[in-house]
Design a protein around this ligand. Structure first.
Ligand code: NAD
Length: 450
């Protein structure tokens, strides 16, 4: 059986391997999952919640070990690696929210009494990326299982070891074959989509999302797609400039910009451009790049050379077309890209409209709200956006943006029970919240005389 080798992006050296799942074995894995799902679907949400809480708590006992593996495999700073494992280990609030979302709902009127049931769908194929290599599988696995489904996970080929460790830890408590894993690349992903699954939940690139949606259409399989982004930050006249600049440097460069809701474009009112750029440059130059295992590191390496080269190509295309490099713009020690601020970016450049997924912030001066909104919406993506400005003004601008999640004077993360949702080509279906959890269910309405 061939092996999938995993490499440390900070050194390029192998750190372990997993067996590649033969494409022709995938149908059998899905059949086993379906057999395991039948008795699981007959358990109550309370029983499922108890087992899932216990299963996830096993991650807490191993948070340091798994966080270290996550950092070695993906590159992010160790405290963020350990933080990601810890965040996955306590699911009590999440399962309580899901239990509420899937509780039957009664409706009455016109002499009819109806009950809306949120039943399991069957087998869920979860296909995930590498940038949050435990959190992304977790966002799919927990709501799918809580809704009474089985899951076959196809994690990214860049981060198979941490995904396998996640599955193994949960499987210490879960019934056999309810959660299984398929290792490989696009070929295994395609085979899983084509297999006898009822729901495909995918987080990854827009291009792969489009393939999956087309492939799923043959069987009208349910699909949830969380895709890429090109998030704008808007800095209005009257904004708290130090706060906006600190947010910009944090959100453009965190995880080396390899975050779907990274700030990739910054539209700054020309009257506040100078103080904003000064403050952002200061914040950016203070960031330390290095191996995620070293305690001082704030920015880790690029996941692989392909991603590094894509980012550098976008930067050089932009500079050839007239953009200026305020800082960064070069590769360091083969695996890193120094946090980069580009000025003079225009919407004729690829980097203004297409996802970068690297540590690059493009600065674009704007004269008024109309121009800001028009340019901010001039991309096929629409995941998140952030607006800094005087409150009423910022709200007005926020309501005109084509994005699923918008932060006003803060990041875009929502309160409990709010969805993680995209607009445009950033997504199709979403995560969290009552509406999100119900996507993992077959809605069944039973009506009787009443
Ligand atoms: P990717 O699309 O290359 O791969 C994601 C997964 O899909 C991998 O497991 C891969 O093997 C599999 N795959 C690829 N092509 C496939 C196909 N045709 N059929 C089935 N499976 C296929 O993405 P990536 O490079 O791993 O991740 C980066 C992307 O993920 C970025 O675009 C980023 O914005 C996006 N992302 C989005 C969110 C969100 O919440 N919207 C969160 C994290 C990452």
């Amino acid at each position: 059986m061939s092996r999938l080798e995993s490499r440390n992006p900070a050194t390029g050296l192998p750190i372990g391997d997993v067996p590649v799942t033969p494409v022709d074995a995938i149908a059998g894995i899905v059949r086993d999952a379906r057999a395991a799902q039948a008795p699981w679907a007959r358990t109550t949400p309370e029983e499922r919640a108890r087992i899932i809480i216990e299963a996830a708590s096993g991650l807490a006992d191993r948070a340091d070990e798994l966080g270290t593996l996550l950092t070695k495999e993906m590159g992010k700073p160790l405290r963020e690696g350990i933080g990601e494992v810890q965040a996955c280990s306590d699911v009590r609030e999440t399962v309580a929210e899901i239990s509420d979302a899937i509780r039957p709902v009664r409706r009455e009127g016109n002499n009819v009494r109806s009950t809306i049931h949120y039943d399991p769908l069957g087998v869920c194929a979860a296909i995930t990326p590498w940038n949050f290599p435990m959190m992304m599988p977790h966002w799919h696995v927990i709501p799918a299982l809580m809704a009474g489904n089985a899951v076959v996970l196809k994690p990214s080929e860049e981060t198979p070891l941490i995904a396998q460790a996640y599955v193994d830890t949960l499987n210490e408590r879960l019934p056999k074959d309810l959660l299984n894993v398929v290792h490989g690349d696009e070929a295994q992903g395609r085979a899983l989509v084509a297999a006898d699954v009822d729901l495909i939940t995918f987080t990854g690139s827009r291009e792969a999302g489009k393939h999956i949606l087309a492939a799923a259409s043959a069987g009208l399989k349910r699909v949830i797609l969380e895709l890429g982004g090109k998030d704008p930050l808007i800095v209005l006249e009257g904004a708290d400039i130090p706060a906006a600049a600190a947010f910009a440097a944090r959100n453009a460069f965190r995880n080396a910009g390899q975050v779907c809701v990274s700030t990739e474009r910054i539209y700054v009112n020309e009257r506040v451009m100078e103080p904003f750029l000064d403050a952002m440059l200061r914040e950016t130059q203070a960031l330390l790049i290095g191996d995620g295992l070293s305690e001082a590191t704030q920015i880790g390496p690029m996941i692989n050379h392909g991603q590094r080269d894509h980012v550098m190509r976008q930067i050089s295309d932009a500079t050839e077309a007239g953009a200026g490099v305020l800082c960064g713009g070069q590769v360091k020690d083969d695996h890193w890209i120094a946090p980069t601020i580009l000025t003079g970016v225009t919407h004729a450049m690829d980097i203004a409209r297409e996802e970068t997924f690297g540590p690059v912030a493009c600065i674009l001066p704007v004269a008024n709200d109309d121009e800001t909104i028009r340019l901010a919406n001039d991309t096929p993506f629409g995941l998140g956006a952030v607006v800094f400005g005087e409150e009423a003004h910022a709200h007005r601008v926020a309501r005109s943006l084509t994005a699923g999640m918008i932060g006003v004077n803060r990041g875009l993360g929502g309160a409990p029970n709010t969805p993680w949702v995209g607009a445009g080509e950033s997504g199709y279906g979403f995560h969290h919240s009552t509406e999100g959890h119900r996507q993992f269910c077959q809605v069944r309405v039973i009506s009787e005389p009443g």
